[in-house]
Write a protein that binds this ligand. Structure first.
Ligand SMILES: Nc1ncnc2c1ncn2[C@@H]1O[C@H](COP(=O)(O)OP(=O)(O)O)[C@@H](O)[C@H]1O
Ligand SMILES: O=C(O)[C@H](O)C(=O)COP(=O)(O)O
Length: 424
């Protein structure tokens, strides 16, 4: 296997989002969970997206796991590596985007690393280094209330500078619109000043295509699915990869009971849960009971089992920002997050033991906890359910399973029904 592109994603929904984008852009892609075991049978692909649950862990651990993933990718011929982060730059001043980028930059000998979370298809744009979510700056968007990584500064130059050891520059939109050579010249200017990374503006897909042509010449880039799109289009347009567009996995139907789990507290997910309540049974977990060990996961399984034969169910821990803040005040942010993730994993494990083979999960950290508990080593990419969210077919397990790992902010109001309709 000689990879045209190696990717390291800091959460599982983001990995799935990127794998979807690369597949739709014509790259044969597989998503792995962590660095694959040598005996995991992988198809011949152009790109591998290694999923890590590293976005919100201790920075040193995020660095070591990311470096191990990079070594595995480079060992399989990846001369280009994309460190995939959230399109809303989910992170804190401790990291982990800066520390991981610094380490991967040192390993790769990269001069100035191109960084952009722009993903216009989902309303993420970057202008003068500032990230916009739809029409509002990041710090005025619902991401200001994220349970783990609340974002309070839309200037990514400032945000990354607080996390990284290198200086952070800017490649502005005016430069990008002048084309790849202008971007190359600007990067050379920054590298000459010893600036190790640059936020690069992007508002439209054509900006990503320009960026992708330059990023394809670099050993390391950092960004979300948008730069992945640019890289994929550049690899195809320059003949480095023969397009396999339309090659997404469409294997046999799996059938059987189906269930949805929502751990995301995003505005989008709360709306999707409300829509789902009109068409399927929904159980709202009591987060305090989870934190006090009151058997909430078992209660959820006892509720779900008799209903699964009738149709899909949805089990949600999701709360409003005020409720999240109150719970965190009572129990601690990290303790609350971890306990609820693990409860979701307990529930998922019980549902699979009850015969569930089609699982929709809302939330990146939630997806990580569930997929790790189910010991799924990798996924093939299926049809797209919504921008950034594909159907995934598990590989390396006994039997068949279909999953959808929904980024908290992605998908329309009817996402859960839409997903189940495509996961047969
Ligand atoms: N009711 C709740 N109160 C506090 N934290 C919660 C609640 N429900 C879920 N969480 C936690 O919030 C975090 C959600 O993160 P994640 O699953 O990545 O969602 P998103 O994709 O929206 O970022 C997880 O750590 C989860 O355990
Ligand atoms: O928004 C993105 O780029 C990715 O889909 C992502 O990283 C989502 O992470 P989340 O934790 O599911 O919001």
């Amino acid at each position: 296997m000689t990879l045209a592109l190696g990717c390291i994603a800091d959460d599982y929904t983001g990995a799935s989002d990127l794998a979807n984008t690369l597949t739709r852009a014509g790259l044969r892609t597989v998503q792995t969970i962590g660095v694959p075991a040598d005996d995991l049978a992988l198809p011949e692909v152009d790109a591998v997206v290694v999923s890590l649950k590293s976005r919100s862990i201790e920075a040193g651990l995020a660095v070591s796991r990311s470096r191990a993933a990079e070594a595995w990718l480079r060992g399989r011929g990846a001369s280009r590596v994309l460190f995939k982060i959230c399109s809303t730059f989910d992170s804190t001043d401790a990291g982990n985007i800066g520390p991981v980028m610094d380490a991967l930059r040192a390993d790769s000998g990269e001069g100035t690393v191109l960084v952009t979370p722009a993903f216009p298809e989902t309303g993420r744009t970057v202008y003068q280094g500032n990230l916009f979510v739809g029409a509002v700056p990041l710090n005025e968007s619902p991401l200001k209330d994220h349970p783990l990584n609340p974002m309070h500064d839309s200037s990514l130059v400032r945000v990354l500078a607080r996390q990284s050891k290198t200086q952070i520059g800017l490649v502005d939109l005016a430069t990008v619109t002048r084309g790849a050579d202008a971007v190359r010249a600007r990067l050379a200017e920054l590298a000459g000043k010893g600036i190790g990374a640059a936020i690069i503006d992007a508002v439209f897909d054509r900006d990503l295509e320009t960026i992708g042509l330059v990023a394809a010449e670099h050993r390391l880039s950092v960004g979300a699915s948008g730069i992945g799109l640019g890289l994929a289009r550049a690899l195809v347009s320059t003949g480095k990869v023969k397009s396999a567009a339309g090659s997404s996995e469409t294997g046999a139907a799996v059938g059987g009971p189906a269930a949805c789990l929502a751990g995301s507290c995003s505005q989008a997910t709360l709306q999707q849960i409300a829509s789902a309540e009109k068409v399927m049974p929904v159980l709202h977990l009591d987060p305090d009971r989870i934190l006090t060990g009151a058997g909430e996961a078992q209660r959820a399984l006892d509720w779900a089992k008799p209903r699964l034969a009738e149709g899909p169910v949805l089990i949600a821990s999701s709360s409003t920002p005020d409720q999240v803040a109150a719970l965190q005040a009572r129990h601690g942010r990290d303790a609350a997050g971890h306990a609820i993730e693990q409860a979701m994993a307990d529930i998922a494990e019980g549902l699979v033991k009850s015969g569930v083979r089609r699982l929709v999960i809302a939330g990146g950290e939630t997806s990580g906890a569930v997929v790790d508990r189910l010991r799924i080593p990798g996924f093939l990419v299926g049809v797209e359910i919504a921008a950034g969210v594909p159907v995934l077919r598990a590989v390396g397990i006994e039997g068949d399973m279909l999953l959808a790992l929904k980024s908290g902010n992605f998908g329309g109001p009817e996402f859960f029904s839409d997903a189940l309709g495509l996961m047969r």
